[in-house]
Design a binder for this molecule. Structure first.
Ligand code: HEM
Length: 422
């Protein structure tokens, strides 16, 4: 007999995620039914297993043979189950949706663009950008943290990696937003498929330009990376750039917003960190990542009959890993609902995945961005405070902070020139 999710729990109820009621549901699931089945509320869509503990998530995440990303994709709905097509079916084309051995080959190629040397190439630029971002708001005394502070650096990092010229960077940002916020009324009317089509054409052109005009940058490195005589095809390159735009923007932006929100709600932690930025920032960033876990879930499909947590999983069943739950698992994190920048095992979070072949390719870049922006904020703004309601994205996939009004004491710019608009 399958264990089903207990009465009162519905992991498809997006309003409850928007209203931040999901933690209560996951807490109950961890206690009462750590591996449980939920039927889908669309008649043509199959139900799914839910994995909510840290231990089980790691088991599923690392076994790419038994739990496939390619067969049914990584969302709760398989592409065929969507009401309308969202454009190209990414299965087998985007690395997140590939299984080994195809994934292994692809990953070894793109890894060449993400070595510490390649990521280090943009550090100075991003450090300068972080100064400008804070300059841009410091004289005002109030702003929307998400739009004015959190969104800019991740966008600049991806654009820099992709070699997108400054004047086109706003386009990237808009495409990325339109592609992700499909379930949220604020973005209703935005056509996600059209946005991805426009982005696709843009990156295709970008790759072609770089082939004729090579530089010492990540795009050129990727276009020329070779493995056993093979290179990325044009389509593979384009799909990779698409993935970077989504994977690198929303995630880091939301982590920054969640992190600042937590610091404002815990002024003692804010002060503690400000008093010893050099000594405490690294661990604080890990705690922020645990706290935020902005990618709430990824799905797999079982490739054979198996068992997990005493439940019989059948070949073809959907298995959904809830990262947002695993990072509040009482069995791993003492007092998991306390935000503690000195938590000794904060780095055990699985915000970047539970290990294995798909582990976040951008983890080091994301950590670098988070350190740069938080250092700049902490050094220059001693007293940021919430100045209104925080508005959340209506989604059970991305923990999206849409708007977060804040106030703070004004200060002086470090750089005399205003920040160019993006
Ligand atoms: C705080 C920021 C970020 C978070 C929380 C995050 C989270 C994740 C997660 C959970 C996965 C799946 C891991 C798995 O299934 O094992 C992933 C994969 C990935 N991430 Fe990130 N990510 C972040 C930032 C970035 C950035 C900045 C980039 C790129 C510049 C990036 C690029 C990717 C790529 C390409 C993959 C696919 C890897 C593969 O399939 O082998 N991510 N990320």
């Amino acid at each position: 007999m399958r264990t089903v999710v207990p009465e009162g729990i519905d992991l498809l109820d997006l309003d409850r995620f928007r209203d931040l009621e999901h933690h209560e549901m996951f807490k109950r699931l961890r206690q009462e039914a750590p591996v449980a089945w939920q039927e889908h509320n669309l008649p043509r869509a199959a139900g799914f297993w839910n994995i909510v503990s840290h231990k089980d998530l790691i088991t599923v995440n690392r076994d790419t043979g038994l739990y496939s990303s390619e067969i049914g994709g990584i969302s709760i709905l398989t592409p065929e189950e969507y009401e309308t097509s969202s454009g190209t079916d990414p299965r087998g084309l985007m690395m997140l949706y590939m299984d080994p051995p195809k994934h292994t080959r692809y990953r070894r190629l793109v890894n060449k663009g993400f070595t510490p040397r390649m990521v280090g190439l943009i550090e100075q630029y991003l450090e300068h950008r972080a100064v400008l971002i804070v300059d841009n708001i410091i004289e005002r005394g109030s702003c929307d943290f998400v739009e004015d502070l959190a969104s800019e650096l991740p966008l600049q990092a991806i654009a820099e990696i992709m070699g997108v010229p400054q004047e086109d960077r706003k386009l990237l940002f808009d495409w990325s937003n339109r592609m992700i916020g499909i379930d949220d009324p604020e973005y209703a009317g935005e056509d996600g498929a059209a946005a991805s089509g426009e982005l696709f054409m843009y990156v295709n052109e970008l790759g072609k330009q770089r082939l004729t005009d090579p530089r010492d940058d990540i795009v050129t490195k990727l276009l020329n990376a070779e493995l056993e005589g093979e290179k990325l095809s044009e389509l593979e390159f384009d799909m990779f750039m698409m993935l970077l735009t989504v994977a690198g923007n929303e995630t880091t932006r939301n982590t920054t917003s969640w992190g600042m929100w937590a610091l404002m709600q815990n002024p003692d932690q804010y002060q503690l960190l400000r008093n010893d930025i050099d000594g405490k920032l690294d661990n604080a960033i890990e705690e922020i990542l645990r706290w935020a876990t902005p990618v709430y879930h990824f799905r797999r499909t079982a490739t054979a009959d198996t068992e997990i947590g005493g439940q019989q999983i059948a070949e073809g069943d959907k298995v959904v890993m809830w990262h947002i739950s695993a990072d509040r698992d009482e069995a791993v994190f003492d007092d998991p609902f306390t935000f503690d920048i000195e938590r000794p095992n904060a780095p055990e979070h699985i915000a970047f995945g539970g290990g294995g072949q798909h582990f976040c390719l951008g983890a080091n870049l994301a950590r670098m961005e988070l350190k740069l922006i938080f250092r700049e904020i902490l050094e220059r703004i001693p007293d940021m405070q919430l100045a209104g309601d925080v508005q959340m994205l209506r989604s059970n996939f991305i923990g999206g902070v849409k708007h977060m009004p804040v106030t703070y004491s004004t200060g002086a710019r470090r750089n005399p020139a205003p920040l160019a608009a993006v």
